[in-house]
Design a protein around this ligand. Structure first.
Ligand SMILES: [Zn+2]
Length: 345
């Protein structure tokens, strides 16, 4: 009960606790921090979720938008990418970041070996993913995504979880997918979300879906039809959603990923943090930059956006807005650990 009291005191919503109690809408009170159970599957192996530390759950090291028909590790020199990405990752570590979710899916430049090298060099806990990304009218989907069933796709993703990715032995720490921002899901995108639900049931991996202003609530319906709780779902780029949609998703228990933190987005991010806190959903907020990345199509990889706004700029703004140290710890450390912890199945 002490853990439940703490979560309520921090305004943790219904999806973040085990049963369907009403979310608290009262002011914060001091209490014992919640235990963080389970493990995080990093590219260097499992880490107890409680030891993860301050986490940026949505960033990128490398992204190649060339499309599934042309994407290949032959399009870049991994040593060169390593040298380019090392300084911003080291800077993040100096700022206090200890873990980073690398959200580049397969067929967009996912490179687990590169991530493992970077994790070893920086000491950061880097987390990669399994799944397929349907955004931009399926440009990043391989042909088999159109012919295989949801169950077959889920088998592929489950195999990566059990055996590692493509012979590397590196296991994914979450499912990453993506859907277009249309009012309704396409048949293919429904299949991707269904496959993610089936994979979650087999593996316990969290489901992060690039959604933005797209159909997030419809995805929660698909999860429910497949016996998966809303608390397994991360609404990626939720800052781009209509407020009412993301508040409804929060009411249902989803994680709200406010991940596009940049100089221009600060007021929007601050507004959503304050409003979600007021509504009792502080325990469902995730904060990140969606920054990076080395782009093989650009000279020298293009301009790398660092991961340097959350800690020195945005967290002081939350403190100004009345967030306590415990609340900031919840949002930056406890929430990502709980969102990404692999659940027992
Ligand atoms: Zn992203």
């Amino acid at each position: 009960m002490r853990r439940r009291d703490f979560l309520r005191g921090l305004g943790v919503g219904i999806g973040a606790v085990a049963t369907g109690a009403s979310p608290a809408r009262t002011e914060t009170r001091a209490a014992t921090p919640p235990a963080i159970g389970g493990v995080i599957q990093t590219v260097r192996g499992p880490v107890p979720a409680a030891e993860l530390g301050l986490t940026l759950p949505h960033e990128h090291v490398l992204v190649d938008f060339v499309g599934a028909d042309q994407v290949s590790p032959a399009r870049y020199d991994a040593d060169r990418v390593f040298e380019a990405v090392l300084p911003p990752l080291r800077q993040a570590h100096e700022l206090g970041v200890r873990a980073l979710g690398e959200c580049t899916p397969e067929f967009l430049g996912r490179d687990p070996r590169l991530l493992r090298r970077l994790g070893e060099a920086t000491g950061l806990h880097l987390i990669t993913n399994t799944g397929l990304y349907g955004v931009r009218q399926d440009k990043f989907l391989p042909p088999y995504a159109h012919t295989e069933s949801a169950a077959q796709l889920a088998q592929r993703w489950g195999r990566e979880f059990r055996e590692g990715i493509a012979g590397t032995g590196i296991r994914p720490g979450f499912i990453k997918s993506g859907v277009d921002p249309e009012p309704a899901l396409s048949a293919t995108h429904r299949k991707l979300v269904t496959a993610a639900a089936l994979t979650h049931r087999a593996t316990g991996l969290a489901i992060a879906v690039h959604t933005g202003r797209g159909p997030g609530l419809a995805q929660l319906d698909i999860l429910r039809e497949n016996g998966v709780a809303a608390s397994a779902f991360i609404w990626v780029h939720a800052q781009g959603a209509r407020d009412d949609d993301l508040f409804a998703a929060a009411e249902r228990g989803a994680w709200i990923s406010l991940d596009g933190l940049n100089r221009n987005s600060l007021p929007r991010h601050r507004h959503l943090c304050v409003e979600l806190r007021r509504r009792g959903h502080l325990g469902q907020i995730l904060l990140s930059h969606d920054a990076g990345w080395f782009d093989p199509a650009k000279e020298g990889g293009g301009v790398f956006r660092p991961f340097d706004l959350l800690v020195p700029v945005f967290l002081p703004q939350l403190r100004e807005a009345g967030f306590t140290a415990d609340e900031i710890d919840l949002v930056t450390r406890i929430n990502p650990a709980r969102a990404l912890a692999v659940r027992p199945v």
